[in-house]
Design a protein around this ligand. Structure first.
Ligand SMILES: Cc1ncc(COP(=O)(O)O)c(C=O)c1O
Length: 435
C-alpha cells in the first residue's frame, strides 16, 4: 500500500517553506501567557478582554432568529452569501448611529463608505495591510491596544510611540518636534498612519479630548506627507453614565483633508460571538483597496450574524441591552476597584477610576516590575490570578510597572476573589522588599 503523502510529510518532518511574512508571525503574547496560566487549575483571569457571559443577549437572539426564519424569502436570503461591503440596511443604521454620536446632519456621511467586517479587528488588519510596507512606521499612543502592536509586528511595520502628557493625552507639541526630527532622519515619508484608541481606551480607559484630537488633525494636515488617521472607537458606546463629549475625526474640520478610517464594533456593546464590526473610510482609494483585500479574504462578513445585529438595532433591543450593560460594567468596575483599593492604595499602587470600558490600568509602587518575567507575575500565578502585563501595551521598552485588569468576564464573586488574590500577591512583594 502507498503511504498517504500527507502522512509521509509528518514522518519525514518536512516543513513548508514560509514566506517572509509567514516567518515573521509569532503567537500572540497574551495567548502564550494565558496558555501557561490556564495550566493552573482554579486560575481566575483578569486578563482576557471578554465580555460578560451571563448577560449575553441569548433571549434577544432567539427571538430575532425566529423573526428572520419567519420572514419568508428575506429570511432565506440571510442564509445566503451577502455583499462584500455588508448588508445595506445594517450599513445605513450604523451610518445613522455615527451621525447621531457626532451630531452630523443627514447628508454628512455617505453610507457607501461604511463597510462591515469580521469584528473591528479585521478592519485594523486591512487598514495596515493596504497602507504599509515592511519598514514603514505607524504613530501610536502610549499605552495602546497590544493586539494592534502585534498586527504591526506581523507586517514588519514599526510602531512609533508618540510623546504623551502625564494626563494620558497626546503631547501634540512634542509630536510636532518628533515629526521635524523624522524629516531630518529621512523617515517622514515612511510614517503612514496614526492610530488612536479614542474612547475609554484599552488598556488605560483614557479618552482623547476633542481639543487634542483637533490639534492633532491640524498638525497632520500641515505635514508634507500624508499620514492617514485610524480612529478606533471600539468602546465609545460602553460609557457608564454619560458619553464622552468629543466628536470623532469624521466630524472635525481639521481632519477634512486627511484620509480617515473610523472603526468600531458591535461585539463589546452587544454580542462578541457574532463578531460584527464596522468602519467608515473617508478616502476612496484606501476604502477600495481594503474592500478588494476583504473580497479576497472572505467576500463578505457572515450574512446571518449581520442580519441578527441588524434586527437587534432596528427593533431597539440593541439599545435596551446596552443600557443594562453600562450599569452592569460600572458595577463590576466598582466591585473590582473597591475590593482592591484599601489595601493596594496603602501599598502605593495607583490608578484612575475609568468612566467607561472594561479595564483598570494599574501602576505599581516604586516602579516594581510587573512584566511576565517578574517575581510579581510569578507571585500572582501562584496565588491563582492572572493579568495582562502592561509592558505589552507599549511600543517602547522600559514601561514595566503597569498592569491591565479586565473585569468583563468574571462574575461578582469571582472578581472579589481575584482581587483578594491580587492583593495577597502585592502584599507578599512588599513584605519581601522590606524583609
Ligand atoms: C481597542 C480595540 N480595538 C479593536 C478590538 C477588536 O474587537 P472586535 O474584533 O471584537 O470588534 C478590540 C478588542 O478587544 C479592542 O480592545
Amino acid at each position: 500500500m502507498f503511504a498517504n503523502p500527507f502522512n509521509l510529510c509528518l514522518v519525514l518532518g518536512m516543513r513548508a517553506k514560509l514566506s517572509e511574512l509567514g516567518s515573521r508571525q509569532k503567537p500572540s503574547d497574551i495567548t502564550r501567557l494565558m496558555a501557561i496560566a490556564l495550566e493552573q487549575p482554579n486560575m481566575l483571569s483578569l486578563a482576557a478582554g471578554f465580555t460578560d457571559n451571563e448577560s449575553l443577549p441569548i433571549g434577544d437572539v432567539h427571538e430575532i432568529v425566529g423573526e428572520i426564519a419567519g420572514s419568508g424569502s428575506a429570511g432565506k436570503a440571510a442564509l445566503q452569501y451577502g455583499a462584500n461591503k455588508g448588508r445595506e440596511g445594517l450599513r445605513a443604521l450604523l451610518a445613522k448611529r455615527i451621525r447621531s454620536f457626532d451630531t452630523l446632519s443627514e447628508d454628512a456621511l455617505d453610507n457607501e463608505r461604511l463597510f462591515i467586517s469580521n469584528g473591528s479587528q479585521q478592519a485594523l488588519y486591512l487598514a495596515i495591510q493596504t497602507l504599509c510596507d515592511p519598514g514603514d512606521y505607524v504613530l501610536v499612543e502610549q499605552p495602546t491596544y497590544f493586539v494592534f502592536l502585534e498586527i504591526l509586528q506581523g507586517f514588519g511595520v514599526n510602531a512609533l510611540p508618540m510623546p504623551m502628557e502625564a494626563s494620558g493625552e497626546i503631547d501634540v507639541n512634542g509630536l510636532e518636534s518628533l515629526l521635524v526630527q523624522a524629516e531630518v532622519d529621512g523617515i517622514l515619508e515612511k510614517i503612514k498612519a496614526v492610530y488612536l484608541v479614542s474612547y475609554f481606551s484599552n488598556p488605560s480607559g483614557h479618552c482623547v479630548s476633542e481639543k487634542v484630537k483637533s490639534d492633532l488633525g491640524a498638525l497632520l494636515s500641515r505635514q508634507k506627507t500624508t499620514v492617514a488617521v485610524i480612529e478606533d472607537a471600539a468602546y465609545r458606546e460602553l460609557y457608564y453614565q454619560d458619553p464622552f463629549e468629543s466628536r470623532s475625526s469624521l466630524a472635525l474640520e481639521e481632519f477634512a483633508n486627511l484620509p480617515v478610517l473610523y472603526t468600531s464594533t458591535l461585539t463589546k456593546p452587544y454580542a462578541s460571538g457574532l463578531k460584527v464590526g464596522y468602519s467608515y473610510c473617508s478616502d476612496t482609494n484606501w476604502l477600495n483597496s481594503m474592500l478588494n483585500v476583504k473580497g479576497q479574504q472572505d467576500f463578505g462578513t457572515a450574512n446571518f450574524a449581520q442580519a441578527i445585529v441588524e434586527g437587534a438595532l432596528e427593533s431597539g433591543r440593541f439599545d435596551t441591552h446596552l443600557r443594562a450593560l453600562r450599569l452592569l460594567y460600572e458595577n463590576k468596575m466598582l466591585t473590582l476597584q473597591e475590593s482592591l483599593a484599601p489595601s493596594l492604595k496603602s501599598l502605593g499602587w495607583k490608578w484612575d477610576q475609568p468612566l467607561g470600558g472594561l479595564y483598570l490600568w494599574l501602576q505599581s509602587p516604586n516602579e516594581m516590575r510587573t512584566d511576565a518575567d517578574s517575581p510579581f507575575h510569578d507571585s500572582c500565578i501562584e496565588e491563582g490570578v492572572f493579568y495582562v502585563p502592561g509592558d505589552l501595551c507599549f511600543a517602547s521598552t522600559g514601561n514595566r510597572d503597569r498592569i491591565r485588569l479586565s473585569f468583563g468576564a468574571l462574575n461578582t464573586d469571582e472578581i472579589q476573589e481575584a482581587a483578594r488574590r491580587f492583593v495577597a500577591a502585592a502584599a507578599s512583594m512588599t513584605k519581601s522588599a522590606t524583609a
